[in-house]
Structures are given as structure tokens and as C-alpha cells.
Design a protein around this ligand. Structure first.
Ligand SMILES: NC(=O)c1ccc[n+]([C@@H]2O[C@H](COP(=O)([O-])OP(=O)(O)OC[C@H]3O[C@@H](n4cnc5c(N)ncnc54)[C@H](OP(=O)(O)O)[C@@H]3O)[C@@H](O)[C@H]2O)c1
Length: 316
């Protein structure tokens, strides 16, 4: 496992990390969560991702129980604030919800601080200055070490930086965007200038497009799969995608790898990716996907060109 800096910042994240969206508290009960997190940690993963909204807080509680097993200095923990409940002040990026939401997350995680705290989406109802000041405050209080954004546009990230610079506040260090072979534009084009100009790190999500890039949906939707269990995600599956995955399979065959391993290794090849967040409904998937770390070295320029010929950057 390689450890990568979060953009220009000093903290180091394992290039593969592990997240809890949809799985913790659903596919994975407390013993499944423990097995997966322990396996990940024992195999070099140091970064674990969560959010206040995942399973309405239960995901943080399940993760928190297991994280107690590890020395705090050896793990990097993130959570994300935006959707904290139903009330008008339990949602968004106001000073009130950011501070209350972060404190509630820390209680559920049984931690004194999180290493990374993300604004889970932009909030059109709150001035960006209020959000920057609240995040700066959380860092000054020692409750958070680095703050970042998730699915903010380049101009929104630039605005946060300008406000931080003008007011001598701490700027966002990282962004958590979707990034996979089907979803390249934002990370590769829209954000391109930010890696140098502000030293932004990225912790990318859904490297397998919820499993579509494994090839498991090529012949339909198998029972007990994510798209079967969460049928609102089925809108992401299309004939065009399946055709592309079939072509990817041929390249994976040449490398004696699986589509999943190749799709993850491809994300790892991007030097602007600080960490690829894996999701898993069973420990065997983590074990399988970890082999992407070795595979990455075999992705020659020629292989990358073959992949580019199948998956375009221009689509969002
Ligand atoms: N910031 C955000 O807005 C945001 C949004 C989404 C996710 N995230 C973060 O990113 C993390 C990863 O996202 P993700 O879970 O969508 O990642 P993903 O890698 O695209 O999808 C993971 C799912 O694919 C299936 N899978 C994985 N490996 C497989 C394999 N080898 N063979 C067959 N099936 C396999 C499993 O689902 P089944 O077995 O159930 O089919 C697994 O739960 C999340 O946990 C969360 O921490 C952040």
C-alpha cells in the first residue's frame, strides 16, 4: 500500500481507503463491519470515510465501535456534514448545523476529533463566508484537522479559498468528488487548475460506479446486489455502460485481472487522486479489490490509451 499526501498538505492517506455508504447497517451488521474494517486496517488501509447522513447516524456508531481497537495516530477518519435530520437547522452548512453536526458525529464515532471534515454538498442557502468561518472555528477548537468540500464546483471552491485568504482563515484542503471511468470530467478537467493553484487533494468516491464496473450487471441485475437492493440506483445502469464494461473486460483479461481491479487501478494512476474510497458489502470484495495496488504498475501508456478509447472524458 502506498501512502499519498492529501494534495499539498502534510497528512498521508492510504491510496485505497474504505467507506460506509449504503453498506453499514444494511448489508453489513456490526460483525460484518468489524470484519471489514479490521481486514482493511491489517492490509494497510489507514483512511475510513463516513457521513452523518449514512444510515441516519448508525453508520458512524458502527464504525466508531471498531475504530476504538486501533491507535488513534494510525488512522485517518473523515465524516461529512449536510443532511443531519429533518428540522430546518439540521440541514446545510450554517454555522449552527456545522458545529452541532460535527459534535454529534464525534459522539457517535466516539472520537475527540476527526482528521477530515467535508461539507457534503454546496449550500445555496448559506453564505460561503459563514461556512468557511465555521470550519475554521472547528479546526481552531481541535475538533477537526482539515476541512474540505464534496461535489462543489471549481468556482465554489475558489470562492472559499478567496474568502479564507482575505480573512486569514484556514482554506479547504480537499474535495470528495465522484470519479470513475464513467465520470471523469470534473476531476480531470473542471478541477485541473486547482491541484497546482491551491494544492487540493481528492478522496474519490464510487470508483466502481456502485459495482457496474465490476461487470456484475452485464447480464442483468443479480439478486442481493446493490442495484437490486437499492433500486433507485438502477437509473445509473444502461446498455451503453454495459457495452463499455464488456470492452474493459477484454483489457482486464490481457492483464489477468478482473474488471473491478482494473477500474480501481485506473483511478490510482491519476496522481491528483489522494485516495480511492472503496465500498464493500463483504470482506472478500475488499480482498479482491486490494490487488489493484499491484495492478497499477502494469497499466502502461498503451493500456491507458486503450482504456481512453472506450471511456471518454467529455461526458459528465
Ligand atoms: N461524498 C459523497 O457524496 C459520496 C457519495 C457516495 C459514496 N461516497 C463514499 O465513497 C465510498 C465508496 O463508494 P461506493 O460504495 O459507491 O464504491 P463502489 O466501489 O463504486 O461500489 C461499491 C459496491 O460495489 C460492489 N462491489 C465492490 N467490489 C466488488 C467486487 N470485487 N465484486 C463484486 N461487487 C463488488 C459492492 O456492492 P454489492 O455487493 O452490494 O453489489 C460494493 O458495496 C462510500 O462508502 C462513501 O464512503 C461518498
Amino acid at each position: 500500500m502506498e501512502y499519498r499526501k492529501l494534495g499539498k498538505w502534510g497528512i498521508q492517506l492510504s491510496e485505497l481507503s474504505f467507506g460506509s455508504w449504503i453498506t453499514f447497517g444494511a448489508d453489513l451488521d456490526s460483525s460484518g463491519v468489524k470484519e471489514c474494517i479490521k481486514f482493511a486496517f491489517d492490509n494497510g488501509i489507514n483512511f475510513f470515510d463516513n457521513a452523518e447522513v449514512y444510515s441516519n447516524g448508525a453508520s458512524e456508531m458502527l464504525m466508531g465501535d471498531v475504530l476504538q481497537l486501533f491507535p488513534r495516530e494510525e488512522i485517518v477518519v473523515s465524516t461529512k456534514i449536510f443532511w443531519g435530520g429533518k428540522g430546518p437547522n439540521s440541514i446545510g452548512l450554517s454555522w449552527k448545523h456545522l458545529i452541532e453536526g460535527a459534535k454529534n458525529s464525534l459522539k457517535r464515532l466516539q472520537l475527540d476529533y476527526v482528521d477530515l471534515l467535508f461539507c457534503h454538498r454546496p449550500d445555496p442557502n448559506t453564505p460561503v463566508e459563514e461556512t468557511v468561518r465555521a470550519m475554521n472555528h472547528l479546526i481552531q477548537q481541535g475538533l477537526v484537522f482539515y476541512w474540505g468540500t464534496s461535489e462543489w464546483s471549481r468556482s465554489q471552491i475558489e470562492e472559499a479559498h478567496q474568502i479564507a485568504t482575505l480573512n486569514h482563515l484556514i482554506p479547504p484542503a480537499m474535495e470528495q468528488p465522484q470519479y470513475n471511468l464513467f465520470h471523469r470530467y470534473r476531476v480531470e478537467k473542471e478541477y485541473a487548475s486547482l491541484y497546482d493553484s491551491v494544492g487540493m487533494g481528492t478522496t474519490i468516491w464510487s470508483p466502481l460506479d456502485s459495482g457496474i464496473l465490476t461487470g456484475k450487471y452485464n447480464e442483468g441485475i443479480p439478486e442481493k446486489s446493490r442495484l437490486h437492493n437499492h433500486n433507485w440506483l438502477q437509473e445509473h445502469l444502461s446498455y451503453t455502460k454495459v457495452e463499455k464494461v464488456r470492452k474493459l473486460q477484454k483489457i482486464a483479461d490481457q492483464l489477468s485481472a478482473s474488471c473491478a481491479q482494473l477500474a480501481i487501478a485506473w483511478c490510482l494512476k491519476n496522481p491528483h487522486v489522494s485516495s480511492v474510497i472503496l465500498g464493500a458489502s463483504q470482506v472478500s470484495q475488499i480482498k479482491h479489490n486490494l490487488k489493484a495496488v499491484q495492478l497499477k504498475a502494469h497499466l502502461t501508456d498503451e493500456i491507458m490509451q486503450q482504456i481512453d478509447a472506450i471511456f471518454s472524458i467529455s461526458g459528465k
